[in-house]
Design a protein around this ligand. Structure first.
Ligand code: SF4
Length: 436
């Protein structure tokens, strides 16, 4: 087994799961680097120490996390790495069981135990570094996590068990961090938390997302501000005024609705009703004309009948959302849904999620084809094969549509905006040429 002085040891941080986990990993890397550790994100080449930041949301995500831990515990047994640490949601939820099953892991940490993890590296947690985060995303966009945890208890969701109750960060600390990110070249700021619209209720005793939007909208260099993970129940409508009144907020809202059948919404403990869901979407489209709405649905929740599902399909056909994702219900112990009978067979869950995405595919294609002939502002993310690939303000990284321009006819600077004339479209991509 090879040993090196601490500062030259290479630490690789591996992230699984969502963008909130990614921000946590970026904070781990930032703290380690300030402690003179050679820490990298997602670069295992010659790593001496590996930290896995896991996801514990649903079955498939849990399995991916366990497979990754086993992969690196094997590497440790073979002497390829010296130390292996595991943190994040899966560890928060199952560390006792996992520690017995995978003894190669040196130590397990929960979601809010960064100081403890850093002790293993003989460094103290420095709170002031939270605002100095070194991001792992392409330098022109970054996620800004405005709060931790969630104070709701949706019946299918294990997140509150793993992340605790909602804790908002102050507007001042977020503005300070956003200024730093802008100074590093960030142009697109993606606001995330478990439940964005709850922001401020704990700290300011009011829903303060509109105030935060107004403050971030003043920051020089930030061209796009994007909102993710809004919640439909008791939606703070002033958010739409703030979006409409801002210079830099994308006409884009990610608002997971999960379902629309009142009986299913009730069983899911979503504390919202079909009528309220309609009102929120109508208000969004009225107050922010041209807004792209991204949403997510959950199929196969206990008790979901074919009629409930058909009601959901009819709703999707009627509302014509711009962007849709779908999850299949995962029976998660510790959630109140776990007390219900998981009575929708797995093959029916698969069939329903395929039917739903097939309905959406047609809607997405129709909407994309309607953009042919339009000129759209595009932020270019990368060059891939013969194309420069970017996104419009209606598309978030990793999850939404992309715009492709042929490199042989166009030149795009990665990280820069350009006007693109759309000449063709498929269900999930647009094609065009840069117009100068
Ligand atoms: S609001 Fe979102 S994170 Fe919170 S319990 Fe519901 S689904 Fe989970």
């Amino acid at each position: 087994m090879k040993t090196k002085p601490n500062s030259t040891k290479k630490v690789s941080v591996v992230t699984l799961g969502c963008s909130k986990n990614l921000v946590d990993s970026e904070n781990i890397v930032t703290q380690l680097r300030h402690g003179d550790w050679n820490a990298e994100h997602e670069d295992q080449e010659d790593a001496d120490v590996v930290i896995i930041n896991t996801c514990g949301f649903i079955e498939t995500a849990k399995q991916e996390s366990i497979d990754t831990i086993i992969q690196f515990s094997k590497a440790k047994s073979e002497g390829l790495i010296e130390n292996l640490f595991v943190t994040g949601c899966l560890s928060e939820r199952y560390r006792k069981e996992l520690a017995n099953e995978i003894p190669e892991v040196d130590a397990w940490y929960g979601t809010l135990e960064l100081p403890g993890l850093l002790e293993k590296f003989n460094i103290d947690f420095k709170h002031e570094l939270i605002g100095e985060r070194q991001t792992s995303t392409p330098k022109h966009f970054a996620y800004l996590k405005i709060a931790e945890g969630c104070s709701r208890a949706c019946a299918f969701c294990a997140i509150p068990m793993m992340r605790g109750s909602h804790i908002s960060r102050t507007i001042e600390s977020l503005v300070e961090e956003a200024h730093k990110l802008a100074s590093y070249g960030v142009k697109e700021l993606i606001l995330i938390s478990q439940e964005l619209t709850y922001y401020g209720l704990d700290l300011y005793k009011e829903r303060a997302l509109p105030k935060l939007i107004e403050a971030l909208d003043q920051i020089e260099g930030i061209e796009w501000i994007r909102l993710h993970y809004a919640y439909p129940g008791k939606f703070p409508m002033p958010v739409f005024e703030a979006m409409a009144g801002a210079k830099h907020v994308c006409k884009y809202l990610d608002i997971p609705l999960q379902h629309v059948s009142d009986s299913i919404l009730k069983r899911m403990k979503r504390h919202t009703k079909k009528t309220e869901v309609y009102r929120v979407i109508e208000q969004a489209r009225a107050k922010v004309p041209g807004i792209a709405i991204r949403t997510t649905f959950l199929v196969g929740f206990p008790g979901e009948t074919e009629a409930d599902f058909q009601e959901l399909l009819d709703f999707i056909v009627e509302m014509e959302f711009e962007r849709v994702g779908v999850f299949q219900y995962s029976h998660e112990e510790g959630t109140s849904g776990y007390l219900l009978d998981d009575d929708v067979p797995a093959e029916v869950k698969v069939e329903r999620s395929n039917r739903l995405m097939e309905v959406q595919r047609k809607i997405s294609e129709k909407k994309n084809r309607a953009l042919i002939g339009r000129t759209l502002k595009v932020l270019f993310d990368r060059k891939e094969g013969e194309y420069f690939v970017g996104r419009t303000e209606y598309d978030s990284p990793e999850v939404d549509n992309e715009v492709l321009v042929l490199a042989e006819n166009n030149f795009a600077r990665i990280g820069d905006f350009a006007q693109v004339m759309i000449s063709d479209a498929t269900e999930y991509d647009l094609f065009g040429d840069i117009i100068v």
